[in-house]
Ligand binder design. Structure first.
Ligand SMILES: Cc1ncc(COP(=O)(O)O)c(C=O)c1O
Length: 381
């Protein structure tokens, strides 16, 4: 059987670099104890693993004090913590028409449950994001939340410009870094960002079930889950210290061990090296697709990230993805990519699109195989 070509790295990267599975296995087989719940050697080793990953991640992301980096299950969990731990009844927030539903759905929930007001910035004016954000600021605006890179088009937003507007108006700024963490250089100590949500299982090469939230020291974030920490166990009240007050219950020690190995791989290989390789592949795809008759690329120019979406004539994307999977052994993602807002912004909310996202272990030859498959399919319809 032909080897499967995996082009769905924007969902979760795969395969993982060497060393990730070994680190997970070692955590399970050599020291599967509960960190923070005991003083014996195995518990101490588990705790050390978590501290090591937190420290190395802090090094990669420019976090000065690692205790401000909170482990979460994934980006969605991190965004929910940021929104629900900060916003209070009557607050106003600003978000964009490119957000993933990891942002838009909790915002909808907060609108109904906490009477939060939300302003969605349409993308018609997307040439001037910072100016548009500024126009929407009100006296009760507490938070601006934007995606860093779109999981549909692969394009980025000017987070520095938006963050500077937020700083000037003393409004907190939360960035959804799901598609950029590990791919673009990020120095949270220097960026005008107050909270940054990220996955461990995408470009940090960690296992699924890992992610995190960076919270700047001055943000008055409250935990949204109480109990389950081993710290100050004699007290009834839940502590709000970072990081432990925000990491209730037994953590995903094997996952965090694997994430540490993923960060090591990135630190050794270099974020820029990974990015350049993946961009070479996406540019090849963009140029190849642009030459095929009947292809409608959702990005009019090559994207900023190794992600692009397209449609073949008026063929349903789900059908294209199924043909690629079953006849060509190529894995892509079709539909709405958990991003109804982005598809509304693009005018594809009636049909979605096919998304292709190569990763560090894909080759130019595989891109050519993908393009040939699309040429074949487009001729049938
Ligand atoms: C832009 C964006 N935000 C949030 C998420 C949710 O990430 P997770 O699966 O880590 O919760 C994704 C996942 O693809 C994403 O692309």
């Amino acid at each position: 059987m032909r080897r499967l070509i995996y082009l769905d790295n924007a969902a979760s990267t795969w395969p993982k670099p060497p060393g990730i599975a070994d680190a997970v296995k070692e955590a399970i087989t050599d020291y599967g104890a509960n960190p923070g719940r005991g003083s014996h050697q195995l518990a101490a080793r588990a705790e050390q693993t978590i501290a090591n990953t937190r420290n190395r991640l802090s090094q990669l992301l420019g976090v000065r004090d690692p205790s401000n980096l909170l482990f979460c299950l994934n980006t969605t969990h991190a965004i929910n913590l940021a929104l629900k731990g900060l916003l209070r009844e009557g607050d106003h927030i600003i978000l964009t028409g490119w957000e993933h539903n990891a942002v838009s759905r909790p915002v909808e929930w907060l609108k109904h449950q906490l009477h939060i007001e939300a302003t969605l910035i349409s993308t018609a004016e997307n040439e001037e994001w910072a100016g548009r954000v500024k126009q929407e600021i009100r006296s009760n605006t507490r938070l601006i939340v934007t995606i860093h890179g779109s999981n549909v088009t692969g394009n980025t937003l000017p987070i520095v410009d938006i963050g500077e507007v937020a700083r000037k108006h003393r409004i907190y700024y939360l960035v959804d870094g799901a598609q950029t963490t590990g791919l673009l250089p990020i120095n949270l100590n220097q960026l005008p960002i107050d909270m940054f949500a990220f996955p461990g299982h995408k470009s940090l090469f960690g296992p699924q079930g890992t992610g995190g939230l960076y919270v700047s020291p001055h943000v008055p974030l409250e935990p949204i889950i109480q109990g389950g920490t081993g710290s100050r166990s004699e007290k009834l009240d839940h502590p709000a210290d970072r990081p432990l007050g925000f990491e209730s219950g037994t953590p995903n020690t094997p996952g965090i061990a694997g994430l540490g190995a993923g960060v090591d791989f990135l630190l050794k290989t270099g974020v820029e090296t990974v990015y350049q390789h993946e961009m070479k592949l996406i540019n090849q795809l963009w140029e190849g697709l642009a030459r095929i008759e009947g292809i409608n690329l959702l990005s009019p120019a090559p994207p900023d990230l190794p992600i692009l979406s397209f449609n073949i004539k008026d063929v349903d994307g789900i059908e294209v993805a199924a043909i690629l999977d079953q006849h060509y052994q190529i894995a892509v993602r079709a539909g709405f990519h958990c991003a109804a807002l982005a598809h509304q912004s693009l005018g594809t909310d009636n049909r979605g699109a096919v998304r292709v996202s190569p990763g560090y272990f894909n080759t130019q030859k595989e891109m050519e195989q993908f393009l040939q498959a699309i040429r074949d399919i487009s001729q049938v319809f």
